[in-house]
Design a protein around this ligand. Structure first.
Ligand SMILES: Cc1ncc(COP(=O)(O)O)c(C=O)c1O
Length: 408
């Protein structure tokens, strides 16, 4: 195969023809394990770099003008995968450019796509750090597996991403109100219409400087939610626990409905008992006084209905380390929320995710009820403790923290 590939590479025209016309044969071994250890991967050592020419460089926006996902840096990372050529090709950093796809490309028809969302932070010491990128890579591989797309070695992709960020490092904002959002994406690009696994793929990474996810008033007042049991985002046996684009498109209309009702986000419910699953694109936490009069932090379990969030996992680990209150992963229902509120035992509800770290919740519109959540009225709310601790790790106030991965 290696010999065949070398021969091909020496004939550029033939390679291009082959890429365009061959019907790829599938031999990707897919394992059913939770943590994926691929036998094939691209290598950071093979990375090539083509820098943008001076006229291709974009002006950097003011930090105050940043909004989520609007401005992109000057470069991107690309790695193609062709089953018939032995799998992953060599990674390359190029100027940010449009993709050229065949109109039959599987991503465009069957949403054969998955992505990740992570951030690079410029610390108080000037160093740039990623927050637990190894976990994003594990999740990306798990999503790839569920989509029939090729998996890869996590460290190799982290090293390539680090190089991309170091090339565009001036785009990492010099401000603690902002960061550089990293969007690794994997798409199936087979130019064939069959609903079948894609034997060619493109992994790419783009970067965008971002400001605060929510408007300042939301941080001070808490967010308001629409909880409508007619809608659900995930179900048992589905793929709500994988970060696939196909999970997000069907949420847009409901999010618009929330906005039209003057509410900011959707609280996603599931089942006849209206279980709370996620808030918008965040995991949900409740802090309350339990039946024994103890303070307890709870969050829904990883039962396939929610995305295994990295912020969620970090909050659970911190809480267990701190040992200041009980911590459980279990189902929460709307009936329980209403009862705890009526008994003054619900202290805080908040969402957790990379985009906003933690986001306090102050109101839920549930069927015909308006539920006021007293998160913002607590004297020392736990959501603020998490926000402070996680941002201290991210911005280098707690140097050498094992969750922070500095760029070399
Ligand atoms: C649906 C959903 N839930 C939860 C999260 C939070 O995950 P994380 O903490 O890894 O950003 C995200 C964001 O990635 C998401 O899209």
């Amino acid at each position: 195969m290696v010999h065949f590939r070398r021969k091909l590479l020496s004939h550029g025209g033939l390679l291009r023809q082959l890429k365009q016309h061959i019907r790829w044969s599938s031999s990707l071994k897919i394992r059913n394990d939770e943590v994926v250890s691929p036998d094939r991967s691209f290598k950071y050592a093979d990375l090539s770099v083509r820098l943008a020419a001076p006229h291709q460089l974009h002006p950097k926006p003011e930090v105050s003008a940043l909004s989520f996902g609007k401005y992109f840096t000057d470069h991107m990372l690309k790695v193609f995968y062709y089953e018939a050529l032995g799998g992953w090709q060599t990674p390359e950093i190029t100027p940010l450019e449009n993709l050229v796809l065949h109109p039959a490309a599987k991503v465009l028809h069957y949403a054969v796509e998955l992505f990740e969302g992570m951030k690079a932070y410029r610390g108080v010491d000037g160093k740039i750090r990623l927050f637990r990128p190894d976990l994003n890579m594990d999740r990306m591989n798990a999503s790839a597996l569920r989509s029939g797309l090729p998996t890869f070695n996590s460290t190799e992709l982290i090293n390539c991403i680090n190089r991309l960020i170091s090339i565009d490092q001036e785009w990492v904002p010099h401000s603690e109100a902002s960061s550089l959002y990293i969007r690794p994406t994997l798409i199936g690009i087979d130019p064939t219409l069959g609903v079948a696994s894609s034997e060619s793929a493109l992994l790419y990474v783009i970067l965008c400087p971002v400001g605060s996810y929510f408007k300042t008033s939301s941080e001070q007042e808490g967010v308001s939610l629409l909880a409508d049991p007619r809608y659900t985002r995930a179900w048992p046996g589905g793929c709500g626990d994988r970060k696939m684009g196909s999970n997000y498109a069907p949420t847009i209309q409901i999010q618009r409905e929330a906005l039209e009702k003057g509410l900011q986000q959707v609280l996603w419910l599931y089942g006849d008992d209206d279980q709370l699953t996620e808030v918008g694109t965040m995991n949900i936490f409740m802090f309350y006084i339990n039946e024994n009069g103890e303070k307890e932090l709870i969050t829904p379990p990883l039962n396939g209905l929610i995305l295994p969030g990295i912020t969620r996992q970090s909050i659970l680990t911190l809480s267990r380390e701190w040992g200041q209150f009980k911590v459980s992963e279990r189902v929460i229902t709307m009936q329980e929320v209403c009862r705890l509120l009526s008994e003054n035992r619900l202290l805080e509800l908040f969402g957790a995710g990379t985009a906003c770290v933690v986001s306090p919740i102050s109101y839920i519109k549930y069927i015909d009820q308006g539920l006021h959540i007293p998160t913002m009225e607590q004297p020392n709310p736990v959501f603020k403790m998490f926000l402070k601790h996680l941002t201290e790790i991210q911005y280098g106030y707690l140097p050498n923290h094992p969750w922070a991965f500095p760029l070399d």
